[in-house]
Design a protein around this ligand. Sequence first.
Ligand code: PA5
Length: 427
Amino acid sequence: MIFPDLSSVLPFVSQSEFDALKPEAEFSNALLHTGQGAGSDFLGWVSLPSEISPELLADISSTARHLQQKADTVIIIGIGGSYLGSKAVFEALRDPFAAPKIVFAGHTLSEDYMSQLMEATKDREIAAVVISKSGTTTEPAVAFRIVKQEIEKRYGPQEAASRIVAITDSSRGALKKVATEAGYKTFTIPDDVGGRFSVLTPVGLLPLAIAGIDIEALVSGARQMEQVTGPQIPFEKNPAAQYAAARYLLYKHGFLVEILASYEPSLQYLGEWWKQLFGESEGKQNKGIFPASVSFTTDLHSLGQYIQEGERILFETVLSVREPSHTLKIEKAQDDGDGLNFLAGRRLSEVNHKAELGTSEAHVSGGVPNIRIEIPRISPTTLGELLYFFEKACGIGGYLLGVNPFDQPGVEVYKKNMFRLLGKPGF
Ligand code: PA5
């Protein structure tokens, strides 16, 4: 089970400060369960893993099989919380060199991206899953119009209806209306689960099931984490509360930027999901840690210099994977022209781990506090644990900071400007 290693935080934050936070951290965690804190209408995610019904999981799995039979490529349309969770888990578990079963749209307004996607899928059998809680978000709505018209043109309206699944609100929004009128299979996003906390609803689970990922294992990992972060668990034993407290105290000490670092490129999109989760939840009222992410060792050759010697406002959270899923040894070379025979017989993962160790030591000695979160391997179960771990820490951290972690009033500003510039009626 995940438990953050805070030994390289304590040089920067005193043990007594950490201990003093116990009552507040436990209270913040309790608020998530009693529903007496800010944003309490959006706490459905807290008990999602333990409350998800076998019937819903079975419905998701059979819908996934239906779409798999109909199409070799399923276009998943959504943005923000209606996109990043499934993208993160998919990228973490997929073979990066195999043709993907699912592709993503609606997370960008790029004409080039959308044109290339339509071109790439023109000779493939396609289906679509369109995801929007509000049912009115511009990016996925535009992408869905394009994809829907293509599916209807190719297969006719009746067959098109059996190739499109909508995931949206139970009653509100344009998407719900379109889906009902066209007779699409639909899944509901619970009213009390906000976008960035929705990965364990059909929003995340259906695309992942279509991609062939074991969603029961994902949910079971999250369920285990739900148990060990419950309101009855004391601060010292609650991994999410420990992480939330450490980052909150670092923030109070002027460490304003948190970098999520991983040495596995497949976890890059987990970093994107994590950035949305914490950025949208904490960044308000002129407060909040700025979440950034890096992929090491790649970024040691770009941002590494800044991290080592730039402004001392950074702390690092390293997502460490103990065991890779593959084995590859470095062989001995006769001539040793590249001078690498000192590595002969060792696994690449050993080199990667030593790079991680050496980098963390260097950064801590350079004034960058380090939180280390180790997972045994990348699997649906450990990813489920991680997702819930970060969600719980985010809820606790938001309350420690004194903000409502479950709203996002700031994202409306750009939308109003864009609609005015586009001449949308009413703007
Ligand atoms: O976390 C959030 O609430 C947002 O990021 C939303 O998920 C995002 O804006 C997409 O919204 P919708 O699902 O309504 O299209």
